[in-house]
Design a protein around this ligand. Structure first.
Ligand code: ARG
Length: 457
């Protein structure tokens, strides 16, 4: 296809350079948004008397025909075109004749692409928040199932204090709720229309930017035309939100991998979310979780790539900015794939409560509670802490855990120990006594469940 801008040139673009320059193999995915933006632009031009109503009708019918034909597959993308904007305009002109050439009045591809990508990202962000909510729903489901499941809570990957497994899972629900918030915040700032900025300086036509902004569902229009066409901070914000969310998914993955290891065996992943080995018949590998952990790297990488692309660019538009799309599109695709597999993986995992309970029973996980017991009897915390430390050392020497010490043995450390100590340091009581707001106690777990449910409503 001859170039729309060929008038100024004596020679055609070199073929390799032409391929290099073209973005259609990745920006064609924005054809719906491109057409939507053009329809609103044409309506605005007619309303302002810049084109006639008749021309506007022809343009819109033409655009709608192209949309329908692309959707149905009747029209296929010409990958020889320079980009999606040129492609649509060329097809339009081929179909409706010279009237099609009026569409680009008071517009540049610079504001066109800026509006297309915002529309596209807005749609995708909505889909992604729905997927995150689905994952939060799966976490909630597992939490409700495991309100009374006791497992070890860790610090430094050392058994620290017993917690309810629901409490552990709900911490991820809280993180994911903030992830949704970050995506929504990014969309709020993104939802400002750059259309009408034109190439960089605005236009001499009497356009109505408020009209196109409202027609396209934006909250307003950009107040500086250079900013409107030059910045891609909204892509970066979204990609940052995705990166933080992937960091959460990656940590969750790491735990799922750890929990399903033979060293731990707290959970068993459903067969439909595990794979076998080509050589070791006994293997059941948590590949999905590992891939999510692995793909986190590329989502970070995309963010870094675009940050780096933009950092030295003078204002206003530069072709470097065409690089925004592959980065942000890849992050979108990756995040969606990860979420789609993660939610059902969590929902279907089998929690091996006995193993969790047994692990919580070892490792002096109730030592803090033993110290708290003495504090309640009147000892200062540091004194109690030291005495319990000594009793732990005694246990290690004698191959016992704290619950197995006789009252006599305990009294050797402090005469304050009485028969009621055993009830106080049982795993159940260690968990249920943690009544502080936000703790692992039952009331707090119930409150968290209610909060997550309310969020999902
Ligand atoms: N394909 C281009 C992009 O994605 C569209 C904008 C082109 N503008 C220009 N002046 N060359 O950035």
């Amino acid at each position: 296809m001859g170039k729309m801008w060929a008038g100024r040139f004596a020679k055609e673009l070199d073929r390799v350079a032409d391929d290099f320059n073209s973005s259609i193999h990745f920006d064609s995915r924005m054809y719906r948004q491109d057409i939507k933006g053009s329809v609103s632009h044409a309506q605005m031009l007619a309303k302002q008397g810049i084109i006639s109503e008749d021309d506007c009708r022809l343009v819109i019918e033409g655009l709608e025909g192209i949309l329908a034909d692309l959707d149905s597959g009747k029209l296929s993308i010409d990958y020889g075109a320079e980009d999606i904007h040129m492609f649509v305009e060329e097809v339009l002109t081929k179909r409706i004749g010279d009237v099609g050439k009026k569409l680009h009045t008071a517009r540049s591809r610079n504001d066109q692409v800026a509006v297309d990508i915002r529309l596209y990202l807005r749609d995708e962000a909505l889909e992604i928040t729905a997927l995150v909510k689905e994952l939060i729903g799966a976490v909630l489901f597992k939490s409700e199932e495991n309100k009374d499941t006791i497992c070890p809570g860790y610090t430094h990957l050392q058994r620290a204090q017993p917690i309810s497994f629901a409490h552990h899972l709900l911490s991820y629900a809280m993180m994911l709720i903030r992830d949704v918030g970050r995506i929504e915040d990014a969309v709020k700032r993104m939802n400002v229309c750059p259309l009408g900025s034109c190439a960089l300086a605005g236009t001499t036509y009497d356009t109505d930017r408020g009209y196109t902004a409202a027609a396209l569902g934006f909250d307003g229009y950009t107040l500086n035309s250079i900013d409107g066409v030059s910045d891609r901070d909204f892509c970066l914000e979204l990609m940052s939100a995705f990166s933080i969310m992937m960091m959460h998914l990656s940590r969750f993955s790491e735990e799922i991998i750890f929990w399903s290891s033979w060293e731990c065996k707290f959970i068993e992943l459903d067969d439909s979310y595990t794979t076998g080995s080509s050589i070791m018949p006994q293997k059941k590998n948590p590949d999905m979780a590992e891939l999510v952990r692995g793909k986190t790297g590329r989502v970070y990488g995309n963010l870094m790539a675009l940050l780096t692309t933009l950092k030295g660019l003078p204002l206003a538009y530069n072709k470097d900015m065409q690089e925004d799309k592959e980065a942000v599109f890849d992050s979108i695709d990756t995040v969606k794939m990860c979420l789609r597999v993660f939610a059902p993986m969590v929902r279907t995992m089998r929690v091996l409560t006995d193993n969790m309970y047994a692990a919580a029973g070892k490792g002096f996980i109730n030592a803090t509670d033993l110290a708290d017991y003495l504090v309640k009897k009147g000892l200062p915390f540091r004194t109690a802490y030291k005495l319990v430390g000594q009793s732990v050392a005694y246990c290690i020497e004698n191959g016992k855990v704290l619950d197995e010490l006789s009252l006599e043995e305990l009294r050797a450390f402090s005469p304050m120990f009485e028969e009621d100590v055993y009830g106080e340091i049982s795993l159940e009581s260690c968990v249920s006594k943690r009544i502080s707001k936000g703790g692992t106690g039952k009331e707090s777990v119930e409150a968290q469940i209610a909060y997550v449910k309310e969020f999902l409503k």
